[in-house]
Design a protein around this ligand. Structure first.
Ligand SMILES: [Fe+2]
Length: 744
């Protein structure tokens, strides 16, 4: 609590009410928090026998694999009552029977073969690919499918007694049933923020009263079953309750509860966020697995960096641009792919995204990558008249916004503004990278449910890696806050979902632009090309960069391959086994035209292991994400001005602060950004973690699982040591921070 209140202020009724609300919030958090434990000491809720709904109507409708037109959807939807939409994101857990002992179809008894056939007949009725709702993307046409519901939460297998004697999945020090922190974190930050900055709001009692109401509302609903929805529902009240204000104190954009560093860790470079080296560091220590840094091998006509501009950065004053380019020391990050999205009609937030271009280089004597120059857009004014009209009156074609090249030696605050514009594009670009992996992978669980029966060995292997993907995608894209939506069977229009609806409220893009960009990016991925780590020994594009953490820390791929190879050896004895496995062949052929680069069929064990390893790699490594959005001073959800700094600008600190998001947008983005924190803490449902009892049906698996988990643990420890020798640590490629599936 702030100690700077005067006696008179402390006696204000609004302040007393606010402080009482904060006290009851703190008590609620303290009392309801479930403590972590390394043992399975939690009680598993009994969910009862599973009773499938009556699907008879849908059989009459003749459900097919792929639905191509809207009329078909309407017919099918009539037979599928949408079930309550109690969608969560894998923060919950449940318990089910252990899996049957796995067999391949051609080795199974005729009775088991018949069971599998029946299971898949029903599965194909229940699960289908819908290519209509979101043009360019495949979604699950029936989120009420039993297979979706069964694979939405962390699912322990067998009974607690059986697990106690047989299960050997390693907890790796974390109780995966503990969701306490994840349940409260979003709103907790807001309470701490107001407590910390009460003097900022005390002169507007209406604001304090609104915040007090919000806190009380949260205290009475904090442990609602549907935590995911609850989190998002608070974005709107935050936008309304927090003043749309600007201040002259940069600390007011620090939304982290400073007294909870373990729970709200800041970025390692937070204290030095204005250092130009942070810009170049974030190219190699990228916040998503897909850095856009490229070698700069020829001069770019719309980004005219001259030798004199190049030499302005310290360490390059006696260097030469053409020589540096020829030596492979110059790199560029060009956001041109977002230019078209950025000039589309914007929401009325005041935020703008600019498709910036930035140059980076390594000094001739080696060392870290350095920031050379930035240009905020794709176009520059040409000629005296155009330049003068733009510089003084901001006159330009709105479809081709102008900018000029600035460097670390430009006016200090103009340069900070240039970096801010660039970093806001970087921030949304990372969000697009992340969500597009969800969309890219979306068909995989659908095909699994349609083609792979419980008896098949890849069911137990893959289900945890696809857990919650369908439910999570559906909630983010289609589930609208506050709309029960009986009419659309739970499917909104795709631009107003829990997640897709956010950009239109706080950023420079509408929900439609956001979804369009996500789909565009998803359609750029190739299952194999982006599902293979870059080998720095054979790929020389970046050899001038001595430490490229994104690539140099990437070590999970061979470990995943070894685990999958050992697992597959238990069930497949020859390539013929793979060729004869029509279930896994159908799994592939269903995906061939839906996941770019996915194999249409498999001819060998090696191909099978390769395909399965890449699914796991995409679900964990390629779904990794740094919550950079939390850092609103560095990477906000848009640049809040249409006047970009000019090469001759003289700007003040207040000019710079005025381009940051207003406090309500900043706070809402911080809270929304917390959703993207990959894991509430290390090893919580991470890569390598499987629900207790997952492989209990076949104890032979455990020796290989032990090996897998140990290798991941060792890699993680090794990366911590590497980090200790870096200026800033980089955690994205640590297995402990990666999800086992896109469950969050
Ligand atoms: Fe995710």
């Amino acid at each position: 609590m702030s100690t700077e209140l005067t006696a008179e202020q402390a006696a204000m009724p609004e302040v007393i009410a606010f402080q009482e609300a904060v006290a009851s919030f703190d008590a609620k958090i303290a009392n309801d928090q479930i403590s972590s434990s390394t043992q399975e000491s939690f009680a598993v809720p009994y969910i009862g026998e599973y009773t499938p709904p009556d699907w008879s109507y849908s059989e009459q409708a003749g459900c097919t694999a792929e639905v191509e037109n809207v009329d078909e959807i309407a017919d099918l939807a009539a037979g599928y009552p949408c079930e309550g939409l109690a969608i969560t994101i894998g923060t919950s857990f449940t318990q089910r029977d252990q899996y049957p002992f796995p067999t391949l179809y051609h080795n199974a008894s005729s009775q088991v073969q018949s069971e599998r056939d029946q299971e898949l007949i029903q599965a194909r009725i229940d699960n289908w690919f819908d290519g209509v709702r979101i043009p360019g993307a495949w979604v699950h046409g029936n989120v009420s499918s039993p297979d979706v519901l069964k694979n939405t939460v962390w699912t322990l297998r067998g009974t607690a007694e059986a697990r106690a004697t047989t299960a050997r999945e390693n907890h790796m020090g974390v109780n995966d049933a503990d969701v306490g922190e994840d349940a409260t974190d979003v709103f907790e930050a807001l309470v701490h923020y107001f407590n910390k900055n009460i003097l900022l709001f005390i002169f507007n009692p209406t604001i304090l009263a609104k915040i007090t109401d919000l806190i009380e509302l949260f205290v009475s609903n904090a442990f609602d079953d549907d935590l995911f929805r609850l989190k998002f529902q608070f974005i709107d009240p935050i936008l309304l309750a927090v003043p749309e204000t600007r201040t002259s104190n940069i600390e007011h954009w620090n939304f982290y509860p400073d007294n909870l560093p373990g729970k709200y860790p800041k970025q390692p470079f937070d204290a030095e966020f204005r250092d130009d080296d942070v810009m170049s560091w974030l190219q190699v220590a990228h916040a998503s697995p897909f850095s856009r840094l490229k070698p700069y091998t020829s001069h770019q006509s719309n980004f005219k960096v001259t030798n004199s501009i190049f030499r302005k950065t310290d360490a390059f004053s006696s260097d030469n641009l053409d020589t540096a380019m020829a030596e492979g020391r110059v790199f560029v990050c060009d956001f041109k792919e977002y230019h078209d999205a950025n000039v589309k009609p914007r929401p009325n937030t005041g935020a703008v995204f600019y498709a910036g271009i930035a140059m980076f280089a390594v000094p001739k004597n080696g060392g870290d990558l350095k920031t050379i120059a930035m240009q905020s857009t794709q176009h520059t004014p040409s000629g005296w008249f155009q330049r003068t009209a733009w510089r003084n009156l901001n006159i330009q074609d709105s479809n081709k916004p102008f900018s000029e090249i600035l460097t670390p030696k430009s006016n200090y605050w103009a340069w900070q503004q240039t970096k801010l514009a660039f970093m806001s594009m970087y921030a949304i670009s990372n969000v697009i990278d992340h969500l597009s992996t969800h969309v890219f992978l979306y068909p995989v669980p659908i095909s699994l449910y349609r083609n792979i029966p419980d008896h098949h060995p890849i069911t137990a292997l893959l289900e945890p890696h696809l857990m919650s993907l369908v439910a999570n995608n559906h909630a983010g894209i289609f589930s609208e806050v506050g709309f029960p939506d009986i009419l659309h069977q739970g499917y909104g229009d795709g631009t107003t979902g829990l997640l897709s609806g956010l950009p239109g409220k706080v950023s420079g893009w509408t929900g439609k632009t956001f979804i369009d960009e996500t789909i565009r990016r998803a359609n750029w991925y190739d299952f194999t090309a982006q599902g293979t780590p870059l080998d720095r020994n054979t790929d020389t594009d970046f050899s001038a960069i001595s430490d490229f953490p994104l690539h140099d820390d990437s070590g999970t791929f061979p470990i995943i391959q070894e685990w999958v190879g050992n697992y597959i050896d238990l069930y497949y004895h020859s390539d013929t086994d793979v060729v004869m496995d029509h279930e896994v062949q159908n799994f592939c052929s269903d995906l061939e035209d839906k996941v770019t680069g996915f194999p249409a069929s498999l001819g060998s064990k090696i191909e099978l292991v390769d395909m399965l390893s890449r699914i796991i790699y995409w679900s964990s490594n390629n779904h990794a994400f740094e919550a950079l959005l939390s850092n609103q001073q560095l990477a906000p959800f848009g640049y809040f001005s249409t006047w970009l700094p000019r090469a001759n600008s003289n700007r003040s600190e207040q000019d710079y602060l005025n381009c940051l998001p207003p406090l309500n947008y900043g706070m809402a983005s911080f809270c929304g950004g917390r959703i993207f924190v990959d894991l509430p803490h290390d090893w919580h449902r991470s890569l390598g973690k499987y629900p207790h009892g997952q492989f209990m049906h076949d104890p032979r698996v455990y020796a290989h699982l032990d090996n897998f988990q140990n290798q991941l643990f060792q890699l993680d420890e090794q990366l911590k040591v590497t980090n200790a020798n870096r200026r800033w640590e980089y955690n994205l490629m640590r297995p402990a921070t990666m999800t086992c599936s896109p469950w969050n």
